[in-house]
Design a protein around this ligand. Structure first.
Ligand code: HEC
Length: 110
């Protein structure tokens, strides 16, 4: 019994140790091209609702592969959100990141 709880607390320790790793959200691999960075940011912050191909439509998210918005309109929605879509300005942290994500969103259209 004692041994069991020992093993149990040990594995919790291990889990926390791993979970506390240095990987910060939005932290990307060095040497990533801008295209790859845009994709990583999109997958991290947008794909849960929009899907990696933009078509998932979770929580009523619009299908980005058929979206007809221009850059400014996309930027506005990313920054401020719209209806069920929460604003992503703070999440993406920098104007540079927002630009990269817009570029990635445009590659989903076809
Ligand atoms: C919590 C779910 C959620 C997340 C996360 C999310 N969206 Fe959305 N998104 C939505 C919903 C819902 C709509 C539809 C808003 C409306 O028009 O009612 C939408 C609409 C959009 C539109 C407008 C499409 C059109 O044609 O009208 C764009 C562009 C967009 N999202 C991009 C993004 C990007 C880029 C990210 C990540 C930075 C993101 N979204 C993250 C839910 C989400």
């Amino acid at each position: 019994m004692v041994l069991k709880s020992c093993i149990f607390s040990f594995s919790i320790l291990l889990l926390t140790a791993c979970g506390n790793g240095s990987t910060k959200e939005n932290e990307v691999i060095p040497n990533e091209t801008p295209e790859e960075k845009g994709e990583s940011l999109y997958v991290l912050n947008c794909a849960s609702c929009h899907g990696e191909d933009g078509k998932l439509g979770s929580s009523g998210a619009k299908d980005l592969s058929v979206s007809k918005l221009n850059d400014q309109q996309i930027e506005e929605i990313i920054r401020k959100g719209k209806n069920a879509m929460p604003a992503q300005e703070a999440v993406l942290e920098t104007d540079e990141n927002i630009k990269l994500v817009i570029e990635h969103v445009k590659t989903l259209k076809r």
